[in-house]
Write a protein that binds this ligand. Structure first.
Ligand code: BCO
Length: 571
């Protein structure tokens, strides 16, 4: 095997390749100006192979490009040269062995294993559109994604292969299934051995910056997740966060703790660090454990990290002796809002300020506090170029400072690079988020005179639980599959650690009315965990005789949400 239980991996002979010229910035990174819109851009050839060339010329230090560890003491360290080699092999596996072509879709459902990075980059080299997804998904979630996207291929592990097999017959477009495992499985191709035997010679496609590159499934206030489709421009745009927001250098070791199923990881564990030639540090972390996070920050020379606020809160909640990490210089957080007192507590314990960033699956990083500039506690920073971010009303009029409104990104006369292209197969929802000259994020904010933006919340039904965006319909439909549930309404409930948690108000069917409520609540929670991704399960359950409804029979979730919120405030 190439890796796995080995302490290091083999280096392969690399074929020489030609690179397009890029100028070099002060930090050594290939750079584009913040408003550049080159006609052609491909992250694999323009960034990854650039750093490979720098390594060959002795212009980059010896630190790895990818440094993966797990709790068993296994380690994988790959240089950019090795990454170029392996990702060219991955590209050949996709096009030659699997017969995939530019524009085909590939579902990438892997945990934090090194192959994730090979698959993503192999797709970028070939123009195959990859669709990251969390490994918490269950058969129902996977089926929805494969069908909605007409996926041609899926890459996953042993744990999820049976779930995929249970629904594959309903996905006629699905042609190849690739398994990342040390064992074979009937009907599946063995990704690891294919990579070993594949050729490292591959010519990267000359992708247009506007060609599609990746699709993120993102939950909405109604219905099931939408497919936010991004072009290669997403990867180009993240050179700004790399250079200015985080000021990454080739000597930095950057750890993004987000699961690779989310856009935060695609930005924080791929585009930003590699643009600067930094080391992407990965801990396998199959189960979240604050102790492992703290130990890792003490053990490895990590200089920067990014994680959801819940991660910082969960670390602070534990009684760790010291949190003065020897090499950590800069902390960033995103995915949900962090309170000023939480930022202050982290500063007191670690000596480090947490810098907030804001973004969505549709937008990538949109706001943030640049490293070195003033941190205003509680604020998610300023607009990140080239986005022109404004606070707008429901008609798209720009509002003055300190006025509550929607966070909008200007899309007219020119849509900025890096903003999603559209919701695939959904022109209605695509049109709905256009508001005058702006893309309307739906997030309520204010902006001050200096351009700092404060998150206030949402006035729709989307739940943000510890950085996960959850649509109520996804949980309600899972609950509806249980015979005890006559109907349910799912809303957010404030939580001191997770920001919000999912709460389900449930009307029981007559035959379950006499059941023990605590036991039944547990059973329903386990049921949701079993039929859909468990991060969505209702951590709070309340049985009610009826749900509040409008005269047309629509459930008034806002009423339940407000009730929940005021009840929590009283406690
Ligand atoms: O808390 P419980 O133990 O009752 O349940 C947990 C898990 O134990 C359980 N679970 C997980 N896998 C399971 C399973 N149960 C059954 N079968 C399985 N295969 O389900 C619950 C999952 O909840 P969780 O994921 O919140 O787990 P946990 O361990 O509490 O993790 C805490 C966090 C903070 C690490 C986690 O919530 C997290 O990673 N949050 C961040 C999410 C994130 O990265 N968001 C960014 C999205 S991108 C974006 O927002 C754009 C920003 C620019």
């Amino acid at each position: 095997v190439l890796w796995g239980t080995h302490k290091s991996c083999h280096a392969f002979h690399l074929a020489p390749r030609t690179l397009r010229f890029q100028s070099v910035s002060a930090t050594g990174a290939p750079r584009w100006n913040d408003h550049d819109r080159p006609e052609k851009f491909n992250f694999a050839s323009d960034v990854l192979d650039y750093w490979t060339q720098m390594e060959k010329e002795g212009k980059r230090g010896p630190n790895p490009a990818l440094w993966w560890v797990n709790s068993q003491g296994n380690e994988v360290k790959w240089s950019f040269r090795e990454l170029t080699d392996f990702t060219c092999r991955a590209a050949n596996v996709f096009t030659q062995t699997c017969g995939l072509q530019q524009g085909d879709r590939l579902a990438l459902i892997l945990p934090r294993v090194p192959e994730w990075w090979l698959v993503a980059m192999g797709c970028i080299r070939t123009g195959i559109i990859f669709m990251p997804g969390t490994t918490q998904m269950k058969a129902k979630d996977i089926l929805y994604r494969l069908k909605q996207s007409n996926a041609h291929s899926i890459v996953t592990t042993d744990a999820l292969a049976p779930e995929v097999d249970s629904v594959a017959s309903e996905c006629p477009a699905l042609k190849t299934k690739l398994l990342v495992s040390d064992h074979g499985r009937e009907g599946w191709l063995d990704f690891r051995s294919l990579i070993q035997s594949a050729s490292p010679d591959h010519t990267c496609i000359k992708s247009k910056t506007t060609d599609p590159m990746v699709i993120f499934f993102t939950s909405g206030t109604t219905g099931f997740p939408k497919m936010a489709k991004h072009s290669h421009g997403l990867s180009l745009r993240h050179s700004f966060p790399s250079r200015k927001l985080l000021q990454l250098k080739a000597s930095d070791v950057f750890w993004c703790l987000s699961d690779p199923g989310w856009i935060l990881a695609v930005m924080g564990a791929v585009f930003e660090p590699w643009t600067a030639g930094s080391t992407v540090f990965i801990h396998h972390l199959p189960q979240f454990d604050p102790k492992v996070i703290v130990e890792t920050l003490f053990k490895y020379p990590i200089t920067q990290c990014i994680a959801a606020p819940s991660v910082y809160r969960m670390i602070l909640q534990e009684n760790f002796g010291s949190l003065r990490f020897p090499t950590l210089e800069h902390c960033t957080t995103g995915g949900e809002a962090m309170l000023p007192e939480e930022q202050e507590k982290w500063r007191q314990r670690t000596g480090l300020l947490v810098h907030q960033v804001y973004g969505q699956s549709e937008t990538g990083l949109t706001c943030g506090t640049l490293r070195g500039s003033q941190v205003k506690p509680g604020s998610m920073g300023k607009a990140i170029p080239p986005f022109d971010v404004q606070v707008i009303d429901d008609e798209g009029n720009v509002l003055p400072p300190n006025t509550e409104g929607n966070l909008g990104i200007r899309i007219k006369p020119t849509k900025p690079i890096g903003l999603f292209m559209l919701y695939e197969n959904d022109p209605v929802k695509t049109a709905k988020v256009e508001c005058g000259d702006f893309y309307n994020t739906g997030d309520k904010v204010t902006i001050d005179e200096e351009g700092y933006i404060w998150f206030l919340g949402r006035d729709d039904d989307i739940i943000n639980a510890s950085g996960y965006r959850i649509g109520p319909a996804e949980v309600e439909s899972a609950l509806a599959e249980h015979p005890a549930v006559a109907e349910s309404a799912v809303v957010s409930s404030p939580d001191p650690i997770r920001g919000q948690v999912v709460k389900a108000f449930i009307v029981l069917t007559p035959q379950f009315l006499s059941h023990d409520p605590d036991q039944l609540a547990k059973e329903l929670q386990e049921h949701v965990k079993a039929v859909t991704a468990p991060y969505k399960y209702p951590r709070k359950v309340e049985f009610v005789p009826e749900l509040p409804k409008t005269i047309t029979g629509k459930i008034k979730r806002s009423e339940l949400r407000e009730k929940e919120s005021s009840q929590m405030q009283r406690q």
